[in-house]
Write a new protein. Structure first.
Ligand SMILES: Cc1ncc(COP(=O)(O)O)c(C=O)c1O
Length: 356
């Protein structure tokens, strides 16, 4: 039996018990809010975790790349939403995939709808709505949004799945009540737009929302049919600062070791830099950190490619476990999870991080 303290560094540790508690809690939350859960697997990119989500009642998966869609289709997942504005130059690949699974695509432009129609493939299509994040998605007040919805719903080939939003602006909430307000804003924007479309005679099967901070705080999802949080599987230091979870709920840590401490220096160098932790600076509400070192008074103060610099000195050879600012980006730097229970290694799971 290998112990965590015997592993080479840097490495990505996944605490199985914490993961399973997180998955169970969000599944129960979705059930009590009366929505189905379609977890975003871009956080973990891991078949073993998606299988656990499915066993807990997930109704399909959300992916952010066609590569993820193909991988999860190859592993038996048959209902996938590619929750990213459709990449027009990849429609023919999407069409091939759509012949063997239910692949739901997302559009927020007339140009994308036209390209999908031109392919002749009977794609399932969501209209992406801007619920206040102002990244992608159509303004639900605009006539353009109505035109695109009418065009999909009236198409001879496409099948209209409904409307979809992502409350990424919940990450900028300054308090739990502000995050609750953002979740309610997303709900009301989406429910009102669905009603408007129904008033136009358009059937709106699904009203899909979601982000981890919003799903962690929301109290009412009346009128919403599904939620797509992803980060909740692991959480991270940003979610701790936002109040979505506690430090004990974070399921992934990077194990690193001290490689350089000079006499009199006020810092050390560890073998976890940007290519292990990412360069995500975390929430503006939290302390300035590039990663929280568990059980020590020092944190990761800065990162370059492979070097991490700590805010205080530690003896060379010391092992540290770091809670990343953004687990989704951190995970994407590793090929596998070292799955642990306490300080014992119990498994290794592949991270499907390709781009093809
Ligand atoms: C379209 C979409 N849906 C859902 C999510 C999941 O959000 P979170 O990572 O906060 O759980 C994301 C994350 O960026 C997203 O882009």
């Amino acid at each position: 039996m290998t112990r965590v303290a015997e592993l080479p560094t840097p490495g990505l540790l996944l605490d199985l018990e914490v993961l399973e508690a997180n998955l169970g809690r969000m599944a129960a939350r979705a059930r009590s809010l009366g929505v189905s859960l379609r977890p975003h697997i871009k956080t973990h990119k891991c078949v073993e975790i998606a299988q656990r989500q499915q066993a807990l009642g997930a109704q399909g998966l959300t992916v952010s790349t066609l590569y993820e869609a193909k991988v999860f289709a190859d592993h038996g997942f048959t209902d996938l939403t590619w929750a990213f504005p459709v990449v027009i130059n990849r429609i023919s690949e999407a069409a091939t995939l759509a012949e063997r699974v239910t692949l739901r695509l997302v559009v927020d432009t007339m140009a994308a709808v036209e390209a999908l129609e031109k392919s002749g493939q009977p794609f399932h299509v969501f209209l992406k709505v801007d619920c206040g994040y102002h990244r992608a998605g159509m303004n639900p007040e605009s006539s353009a949004a109505l035109d695109v919805a009418r065009r999909i719903a009236g198409s001879r080939t496409l099948k209209f799945c409904g409307i979809l939003s992502h409350s990424g602006h919940a990450y900028h909430g300054k308090s739990i009540s502000e995050i609750c307000g953002t979740a309610e804003q997303e709900r009301s924007v989406m429910v009102n737009f669905a009603e408007k479309l129904r008033g136009e005679g358009i059937t709106v099967p699904a009203v899909s929302v979601g982000s981890t901070p919003a799903m962690s705080q929301v109290v009412n999802l009346d009128g919403i049919t599904e939620a797509r949080p992803g980060n909740y599987a692991f959480y991270d230091y940003t979610q701790v600062v936002l109040g979505s979870c506690t430090l004990q709920d974070v399921a992934v840590t990077v194990q690193s070791s001290v490689v350089s401490t000079q006499p009199g220096a006020k810092h050390s160098v560890i073998d976890a830099g940007a290519l292990a932790l990412s360069k995500d600076v975390g929430s503006e509400l939290g302390p300035r950190t590039m990663g929280e070192i568990l059980g020590r008074d020092v944190r990761v103060a800065s990162v370059s490619q492979e070097h991490g610099v700590t805010s205080g000195p530690l003896p060379v050879g010391t092992r540290v476990r770091i809670v990343p600012n953004h687990s989704c980006l951190t995970v994407a730097h590793f090929d596998e999870y070292v799955v642990v229970k306490g300080d014992e290694v119990v498994d290794r799971w592949k991270i499907w991080r390709g781009r093809d």
